[in-house]
Design a protein around this ligand. Structure first.
Ligand SMILES: Cc1cc2nc3c(=O)[nH]c(=O)nc-3n(C[C@H](O)[C@H](O)[C@H](O)COP(=O)(O)OP(=O)(O)OC[C@H]3O[C@@H](n4cnc5c(N)ncnc54)[C@H](O)[C@@H]3O)c2cc1C
Length: 243
C-alpha cells in the first residue's frame, strides 16, 4: 500500500503518515501484516521537514517503530494505472495494490478569481490582523490564507484566527474591545492505531519571519491521546449535528 500527497501544501500535514500508521494497525489486527508493505511517498525529503528537526526525528522514529517505509523527495512524474505503479521524476517506481493519493490542493474559485488572491491563488492578508491589505473590511482565515502566511492547512489555525477576527469585528461595530489576540499555536492530535500522539507547534516567530521553522514538540506514544482524539471528534459531531 502506498500513501502520499501529489504536492505540498495539502490539508493536515501529518495526515498521510497518520493514515499509513492506521493502515498498518489494521493489517496487524487482521493478521495480514506479514504480507503487507506500507510506504509513505512525499515531496518532502524528510518526514515533516517544514516543521523542524524535532518533528523530523519524531516522525522518523514513528516510521521505524511501525515498520512503515518512506520515499522522500518523491515528485510524481507518471502514474501507470495498468501496472499499478507510481513513477517519480527521478525514476523511482512504487508498485502498489492499494494507493491513497492526496490530490493537488487549490484555493476555492471564489478566492482564486477575485482581487483578494495572490499569484498562486490564495488570499493575501496582513499579520497579525488577518485583514486584506487591499480592503479594510475584508478578513481571511483558514486554508484560503495558510500558504500566503506560511502556515500548513489545519482546522486549529482557522479556529484561532476566527476568534481573533471576530473580536476585531465586534470591537469595530460595537466598541466591545474584546481584543482576543491571535494565538499562533497549532495543536494536532493523531490516532496512530496503536496509540495516539500530539503535536504542539508555536508559529509566532515563523510567521513574523524570525525563524524558518516553528517551535514544535511531539508528545508521542500514549494511548491517552487516542482517547482524546475520539472524544474531540464526538464533541464536534455532537455540537454540529446534535447527537
Ligand atoms: C484527512 C484530514 C484530516 C485532518 N485532520 C485535521 C486535524 O486533526 N486537525 C486540524 O486542525 N485540521 C485537520 N484537517 C484540516 C482541516 O479540516 C482544514 O484545515 C479546515 O477544515 C479548514 O477550514 P476552512 O474553514 O479554512 O476551510 P473549509 O473547511 O474547506 O471551509 C470552506 C468552506 O467554504 C465553502 N465554499 C467554497 N467556495 C464557496 C462559495 N463560492 N460559496 C460558498 N461557500 C463556498 C466550501 O464548501 C467549504 O465548506 C484535516 C483535513 C483532512 C483532509
Amino acid at each position: 500500500m502506498v500513501v502520499g500527497p501529489l504536492s505540498w501544501p495539502y490539508r493536515c500535514p501529518p495526515a498521510p503518515f497518520e493514515v499509513a500508521f492506521m493502515l498498518k494497525y489494521l493489517a496487524e489486527q487482521r493478521g495480514v501484516a506479514e504480507r503487507t508493505r506500507i510506504t509513505v511517498f512525499h515531496p518532502w525529503a524528510e518526514p515533516m521537514e517544514t516543521f523542524g528537526p524535532q518533528m523530523v526525528e519524531g516522525f522518523r522514529k514513528f516510521l521505524d517503530d511501525f515498520g512503515v517505509g518512506f520515499e522522500g523527495a518523491f515528485g510524481l512524474a507518471r502514474h501507470d494505472r495498468e501496472n499499478r505503479t507510481l513513477i517519480s521524476s527521478d525514476g523511482r517506481a512504487l508498485e502498489y495494490d492499494f494507493a491513497v493519493i492526496v490530490p493537488n490542493h487549490r484555493a476555492p474559485d471564489v478566492v482564486r478569481t477575485s482581487p483578494l488572491a495572490t499569484a498562486d491563488g490564495y488570499m493575501d492578508v496582513t499579520l497579525p490582523s488577518m485583514r486584506s491589505p487591499r480592503y479594510d473590511n475584508v478578513w481571511g482565515i483558514g486554508d484560503a490564507v495558510a500558504p500566503t502566511i506560511g502556515l500548513g492547512m489545519a482546522g486549529v489555525f482557522a479556529h484561532f484566527q476566527a476568534e481573533h477576527v471576530v473580536s476585531q469585528i465586534i470591537d469595530r461595530e460595537r466598541g466591545a474591545y474584546l481584543g482576543e489576540l491571535y494565538n499562533m499555536v497549532g495543536i494536532c492530535v493523531m490516532d496512530t492505531g496503536y496509540m495516539g500522539a500530539a503535536v504542539w507547534c508555536n508559529f509566532t516567530d515563523k510567521l513574523f519571519g524570525r525563524a524558518t521553522v516553528p517551535d514544535c514538540r511531539l508528545l508521542g506514544g500514549m494511548r491517552a491521546f487516542r482517547a482524546v482524539k475520539v472524544g474531540f471528534e464526538r464533541y464536534w459531531f455532537a455540537n454540529l449535528f446534535g447527537h
